[in-house]
Design a protein around this ligand. Structure first.
Ligand code: SF4
Length: 502
């Protein structure tokens, strides 16, 4: 793949896409993603904004991505639709999922010869607009790099903001107009005072895929939203019920009515898909039509026998759900409804219905966690593995803004690594244990809790090679925040763990 010319690669991928919207229009907007194609095209939010921009009568949207792994990291991105550089557009809109993608934003701009810092750009450069899931928690570290941020649900605002940016007589006029819109943050004018997040009218739901492609992990899957938000109150989660009015349910008939007849694979997407009141009927009906179905989140207390049977019919071989905390005490602290009895029942039902294994996501490094909690996890998971083979997917805990656990310290890199090692040793030969990196979780934590200075430090880190050591040096060089970060480093050192860690 690295030896394939980028234009050839793009041609091949375009030939395999279904649903792309062919369009020429006077306002050309570049929609970029700060990760490679296969990640972007699995993002329902990215796909939704693509469709929203294409729905504008005078607008045509062109997509660009970071290079795939294995390709030169500084390869200049070009749009899939016209092979144009990002610097050829009046506006570049970027969707950012989480903190570690801020480096991707910088790389997208730098490799397109656009100065990453807003203050270094002028009228020769595109205006940079950003939005995406990161805006629900703490997008402030993005502020040095963008002209405009849309906070929260962006599908209604994105075309409006892009039109103003692309047609205003000057950058100054564009920003002055946008500053009057609710939910739009202009770092240059607003400093660090962010408005509340946007919530679209329920009539705009559900989001669904525009383009299907075999070149993603979700290969050719048609994605559709079954609900938005969540009615639960997990204390670490940005999407809890206090965000944007809780859970908004899409009626079953509306969901089924949007699914194209030729979509053999369907992904049901949302923060709490299994809480949809008709979820068992939806999965069963799709399975009986001969389709394979995947769900982005399964709560263990919702896994009734009927539900697990429907999932098996829909092609599930691994039942994936959330354990969240390593012990019952920590699950209480996280305000989880999931209990040991639900996890045991999930394991038994997965076995009864002939699935191959149970996969559980959990966080470690939680506030007040001790080795006793890890030992309880070892004992309990060992018992579960006697029912069905078990795999653990672990993410170190990072406190996020706009959650009750905001401000909780990072446990420390060495503490997280020691606990992971204790888990691995205790479960060796019985349970497959995989974890995301404690070091990068610390970087995510600093950015999740940080501000403009931490954002600028990402630029220093990227320019110094983007290694963990480069990030640590860059963060430690911020004078005003040194004591807090020092503490985290010396002690050494997401929202819904239902979803796979990045
Ligand atoms: S972790 Fe999942 S279930 Fe809990 S509030 Fe967040 S989205 Fe809802």
């Amino acid at each position: 793949m690295p030896s394939t010319n980028l234009r050839t690669l793009i041609r091949q991928r375009l030939a395999d896409e279904v649903g792309r919207i062919p369009k020429q229009a006077p306002l050309r907007i570049c929609l970029a993603y700060p990760s490679p194609y296969h990640v972007a095209m699995s993002s329902l939010g990215f796909q939704r904004v693509y469709r929203a921009l294409m729905d504008h009568p005078d607008m045509a949207c062109e997509r660009a991505f970071l290079p795939d792994e294995g390709r030169p990291a500084d390869e200049a991105p070009i749009t899939y639709e016209s092979l144009a550089s990002l610097s050829d557009f009046p506006v570049v809109a970027i969707s950012v999922a989480y903190e570690l993608e801020i480096a991707g934003v910088i790389r997208l701009l730098q490799s397109s010869r656009i100065p990453p810092l807003r203050q270094d750009r002028d009228r020769r450069h595109p205006l940079i607009l950003a939005g995406g899931p990161l805006t629900f928690s703490n997008p402030l570290p993005l502020a040095p790099f963008v002209d405009v941020l849309i906070l929260g649900e962006a599908e209604a605002l994105a075309p409006v903001v892009c039109e103003i940016l692309a047609t205003a007589p000057s950058r100054h006029d564009a920003l002055a107009s946008l500053a009057r819109l609710d939910h739009v943050f202009i770092p240059e004018l607003h400093g660090d005072q962010m408005p509340p997040v946007a919530r679209v009218d329920d009539a705009m739901l559900p989001a669904y895929s525009a383009i299907r492609t075999p070149h993603t992990e979700l290969s050719d899957m048609f994605l559709i939203e079954t609900e938005r938000g969540c009615s639960r109150g997990c204390s670490y989660c940005v999407m809890r019920r206090s965000t944007n009015g809780g859970m908004r349910i899409v009626p079953k008939d509306v969901i089924l009515g949007h699914i194209p007849s030729d979509a053999r694979r369907v992904g049901l997407v949302g923060a709490a898909v299994s809480d949809h009141p008709k979820i068992v009927e939806i999965v069963r009906e799709l399975a009986e039509q001969g389709r394979e179905v995947g769900l982005s989140s399964l709560r263990p207390d919702r896994l009734s026998d009927d539900f697990v049977a429907a999932l098996k019919l829909a092609g599930y071989r691994t039942l994936t759900t959330a354990m969240d905390g390593p012990s019952e005490r920590l699950r209480d602290m996280l305000e989880r409804r999931a209990r040991v009895k639900h996890l045991v029942a999930a394991a038994e039902r997965a076995r009864t219905h002939g699935m191959d294994r149970l996969k559980l996501y959990l966080m470690i490094g939680l506030p007040t966690e001790t080795d006793d909690d890890i030992d309880e996890c070892i004992r309990f998971t060992s018992e579960l593995s006697k029912i069905i083979p078990v795999a653990l997917g672990i993410a170190p805990f990072c406190a996020k803004r706009n959650t009750p656990l905001d401000g909780a310290p990072f446990a420390g890199i060495s503490t997280v690594d020691q606990r992971l090692e204790r888990l691995r040793k205790g479960l060796r030969g019985r349970v497959d244990v995989r974890s995301t990196s404690a070091r990068w979780a610390w970087v995510e934590y600093v950015l999740a809790q940080g501000g403009i200075a931490e954002g600028r430090a990402v630029l220093d880190a990227v320019q110094a090679g983007g290694t963990f050591a480069a990030y640590r040096r860059a963060f430690e060089a911020i004078p005003s925040h040194a004591p807090r970060r020092k503490l985290a480093v010396v002690r050494e050192t997401s929202s819904c763990s239902t979803h796979p860690p990045p």
